[in-house]
Design a protein around this ligand. Structure first.
Ligand code: GUN
Length: 300
C-alpha cells in the first residue's frame, strides 16, 4: 500500500474532544448545557444500535441526551405532537428522528416538521435550500465529516476536480454542494453515468457513496487522488468461517490504496465521523440559538 491512511476514528475522537471543550466552556461561562433529542420509532435492530451509541457519545461530550422510543405503530399525529413539543423545549437544541421510519409514516412530512434551527441532520427542506444557495445551514453529518477530513488532508480544496459517486439526498447531493462551496470543480456521477471509470479517473478527490460493495477498483483511481469511501456494506466472509461476514466500502481498498495518495478505510474512516459531526452540529445549533460565537473548525 502506498496511500496515506486517513484515520477517521482518530479524527472523530479529536472532533469530539473539541466539542467537549466547547461544551464545558458553554456551561462555565453561560450556564448552558446543549441537549440532543433522538426519536426512534419501532425496533429496527441497526437503528437501536445507532441510537444507543449516539446517546452514549452525547453524554461523553457533556451534553444532555433525550431518547424517545416510540412503538412501531405510532401514529403520524402522535409523532408530530412529540416533534412540536421538542421544537418548543428550550433544553432541546438538536432533534434527530432516526431513519428509516416505518412505512405508514411520511418521512418528508416528519422531517419538515422539525424546527430547521434544531435540525441537526440537515435534512429539513430549509437547510437543504440554505446549503444549496451557499447560506448558513445545518449540514448533513456524513458529508460534513467527509469535508472535514478533506480539509484536514489538503488544506485548501480550491480548484480540485471532485467526483461524487452517488446522488442521495443524505450524502451525494449535500457533499457536492459542500465541495462547490470550497471551490472544487464537482461532478456527481451515478448508476446511469456513461464512462464512469473515465469520469472517476479525472478526479483529484473521489467520494464514493453508492452502497455497492467494492464497486470502485484501483484501476479507476488517478495516481495520487484522495479517496473518501462512505460505503458500509456487510458481505459474506467464508474465510473467517461459515456464516461469518465483514464490512467493506464502496471502493476496493486493496487495489485503490496502491494508487491513491490518501484513502479512508472501512471500517474506521467516514463512519466514526458521522456521530462526531452530529455532536458538532448540536453544539453549533446551541451556539446559534443563544447568539454565541460558533465553534471554529466544526462547521462548513
Ligand atoms: N439512519 C441512518 N443514518 C442516519 C442519519 O444520519 N440520520 C438519521 N436521522 N437517520 C439515519
Amino acid at each position: 500500500m502506498t496511500a496515506t491512511l486517513i484515520d477517521g476514528k482518530a479524527f472523530a475522537a479529536s472532533v469530539r474532544e473539541k466539542v467537549a471543550v466547547h461544551v464545558a466552556r458553554l456551561k462555565d461561562e453561560h450556564g448552558i448545557t446543549p441537549g440532543l433529542a433522538v426519536v426512534l420509532v419501532g425496533e429496527d435492530p441497526a437503528s437501536q444500535v445507532y441510537v444507543r451509541s449516539k446517546g452514549k457519545m452525547t453524554n461523553e461530550v457533556g451534553m444532555n441526551s433525550y431518547e424517545h422510543k416510540l412503538a412501531a405503530d405510532t401514529s403520524e399525529s402522535d409523532l408530530l405532537d412529540l416533534i412540536a413539543k421538542l421544537n418548543a423545549d428550550s433544553n432541546v437544541n438538536g432533534i434527530l428522528v432516526q431513519l428509516p421510519l416505518p412505512d405508514h409514516l411520511n418521512e418528508d412530512l416528519v422531517i419538515n416538521a422539525i424546527d430547521p434551527a434544531k435540525d441537526v441532520d440537515g435534512f429539513h427542506i430549509s437547510n437543504v435550500g440554505l446549503l444549496g444557495t451557499g447560506q448558513k445551514a445545518m449540514v448533513p453529518c456524513t458529508p460534513l465529516g467527509c469535508l472535514m477530513m478533506l480539509r484536514e488532508h489538503h488544506g485548501s480544496l480550491s480548484g480540485l476536480n471532485a467526483v461524487v459517486i452517488g446522488r442521495s439526498n443524505i450524502v451525494g447531493k449535500p457533499m457536492a454542494n459542500l465541495l462547490l462551496g470550497d471551490s472544487c470543480t464537482v461532478t456527481i456521477a451515478h448508476s446511469r453515468t456513461k464512462d464512469l471509470p473515465d469520469v472517476v479517473r479525472s478526479a483529484d478527490i473521489v467520494v464514493a457513496a453508492v452502497g455497492r460493495p467494492e464497486m470502485v477498483p484501483g484501476s479507476w483511481i488517478k495516481e495520487g487522488a484522495t479517496v473518501i469511501d462512505v460505503g458500509i456494506n456487510r458481505v459474506p466472509a467464508p474465510e473467517k468461517g461459515e456464516g461469518k461476514t465483514r464490512l467493506v466500502g464502496d471502493v476496493d481498498f486493496a487495489s485503490a490504496a496502491e494508487v491513491a495518495g490518501a484513502i479512508t478505510p472501512v471500517p474506521g474512516g467516514v463512519g466514526p465521523m458521522t456521530i462526531a459531526c452530529l455532536l458538532a452540529n448540536t453544539l453549533t445549533a446551541t451556539c446559534r440559538a443563544h447568539d454565541l460565537a460558533e465553534p471554529e473548525g466544526l462547521t462548513a
